[in-house]
Design a protein around this ligand. Structure first.
Ligand code: NAP
Length: 439
């Protein structure tokens, strides 16, 4: 806190990890002796840059650009780019820090990084989005590469933005390689990458529930957000025979007791780029509640009675009061599609209550794992079928669950997947750091 003042989200993420690692440090002093955590909280490299561009009215706009290369111990820096007005150093650092352990949990050779900008894509024309992406890349291109740093999407960065950034990267470097993941299927993307984070999050929930002899079939589910992760969480929930009944965006939420109309949701969000409030124009029985009507300090979506909840919007969208309300109404499972969506108090409560709680760094690791599968396909110049990629994703999520749950059991807390995920992820990076020496 002394050396990174004001970076609240980063402190929150590091405190959660530090707390979980205490039993490991007690049992194995080697990690403290090697100052692994002291080294890991300091990014290997932080790139902060100006992004100047001209909007449609001819006015000059200036934004901040970030790429924080946290750890290359296990492979090239890997992690998404976020475009959202709330982006600052503390947010990119929390995301990059979590990414190290998440990527380690996948068992693949990928290091951790994250980047983005405080640019707000909302209300911008397609041309403005392109201009911004090109200006952003005119600096970032010199820091990234297929074997050094491989960015992907995150909030506000989807297939369209990756396309504009890759186009500029290719022009500036004269290279056509797998430096980005989340690319279009027409020019180097992987089948099932778009679906992977949401699908993986539901696979993780399925694994947690199977271990308790339960399933998602016929269960009411609530999913926050209505972006990439939320949409494909809803799709996989339908595949599992569950009933997703609610989702949200930053302006409000919808409750559709008959089940979310997925085709309508995709059309509104992926094609029309419309607000969620439009949904009720087409589905008369659904109810829209704007954020202005939420109880003070609360996210109303967590008051809807459900069996399983999938926070898939953003950080700190679920606090202790929300957590209590969820469990009071019968919720038995929380699987996090978003990064750090639950406050540390809410996390502690889920763990204490011994529900099936999958922390983001384990439950949403399917996205980055499939990005690595995209890198593998690009490097070997082959393409796998949707079924092949999806089967690998399902297997990776099962492996992550097994690693997390056996590690939790090893430390005497078999239902504490926060502890299991943090220790399992940390140990893989830490052991590699020790072998690679002090650098
Ligand atoms: P996205 O497609 O841009 O969708 C984000 C959704 O969350 C939108 O519905 C958005 O509503 C809502 N949202 C964003 N900021 C919000 C805020 N401050 N308050 C309330 N709602 C907010 O992004 P995404 O890729 O689905 O990412 C969602 C979460 O998953 C993030 O935490 C991200 O880090 C995490 N994640 C993503 C991936 C991936 O592969 N994409 C992988 C791992 C983790 P508006 O449209 O109204 O802003």
């Amino acid at each position: 806190k002394r050396t990174s003042p004001g970076q609240e989200e980063f402190h929150q993420a590091t405190e959660e990890v530090l707390h979980s690692l205490e039993p490991l440090f007690e049992k194995y002093p080697i990690y403290k002796e090697n100052k692994i955590l002291d080294r890991l909280v300091e990014p290997e490299r932080q790139i902060l840059f100006r992004v100047a561009w001209v909007d449609d009215s001819g006015e000059i706009q200036v934004n901040k650009g970030y790429r924080i290369e946290f750890s290359s111990t296990l492979g090239p820096y890997k992690g998404g780019l976020r475009f959202h007005p709330s982006v600052n150093t503390g947010i990119i650092k929390f995301l990059g820090f979590e990414q190290i352990f998440k990527n380690a949990l996948t068992g693949l050779q990928i290091g951790g990084g994250k980047g983005g900008s405080d640019f707000d894509p909302k209300g911008k024309s397609d041309r403005e989005i392109m201009k911004f992406c090109q200006a952003f890349m005119s600096e970032l291109y010199r820091h990234i590469g297929a074997t050094t740093d491989v960015p992907a999407g995150d909030i506000g960065v989807g297939g369209r933005e990756i396309g504009y950034m890759f186009g500029m990267y290719k022009k500036l470097t004269n290279r056509y390689d797998g430096t980005f993941t989340g690319k279009s299927l027409k020019w180097g993307g992987s089948l099932a990458r778009t679906e992977a984070t949401g699908y993986g999050c539901v696979y993780f929930a399925k694994n947690m529930l199977e271990a308790k002899g339960e399933t998602l079939k016929d269960k009411r589910c609530v999913v926050s957000g209505s972006g990439n992760v939320a949409i494909y969480t809803i799709e996989k929930l339908y595949h599992m025979g569950a009933l997703p009944i609610a989702c949200s965006d930053s302006a409000g939420m919808i409750l559709d007791e008959e089940g979310i109309d997925l085709n309508l949701l995709k059309d509104l969000k992926e094609n029309q780029r419309a607000r969620l409030s439009e949904y009720v124009k087409y589905r008369k029985n659904a109810k829209y509640t704007p954020v202005t009507e939420y109880p003070k300090g609360r996210n109303a979506i967590w008051s809807i009675p459900c069996y399983a909840a999938f926070p898939s919007a953003t950080q700190n969208e679920l606090n202790l009061e929300d957590a209590k309300e969820l469990l009071k109404n019968g919720c038995k499972c929380v699987s996090e599609g978003a990064n750090m969506p639950s406050t540390n108090e809410a996390v502690d409560y889920f763990v204490e209550q011994k529900i099936a709680y999958g922390p983001g760094k384990a439950a949403n690791a399917g996205g980055v794992a499939t990005s690595q599968l995209e890198m593998a396909q690009n490097a070997s110049m082959v393409s796998w079928t949707f079924e092949e990629v999806d089967a690998k994703l399902e297997q990776i999520m099962r492996n992550i669950f097994e690693s997390v749950s056996t590690t939790a059991a090893e430390f005497g807390q078999p239902t504490n997947f926060v502890l299991g995920a943090n220790i399992a992820g940390f140990r893989r990076v830490a052991d590699a750091m020790i072998e690679q020496g002090i650098v």
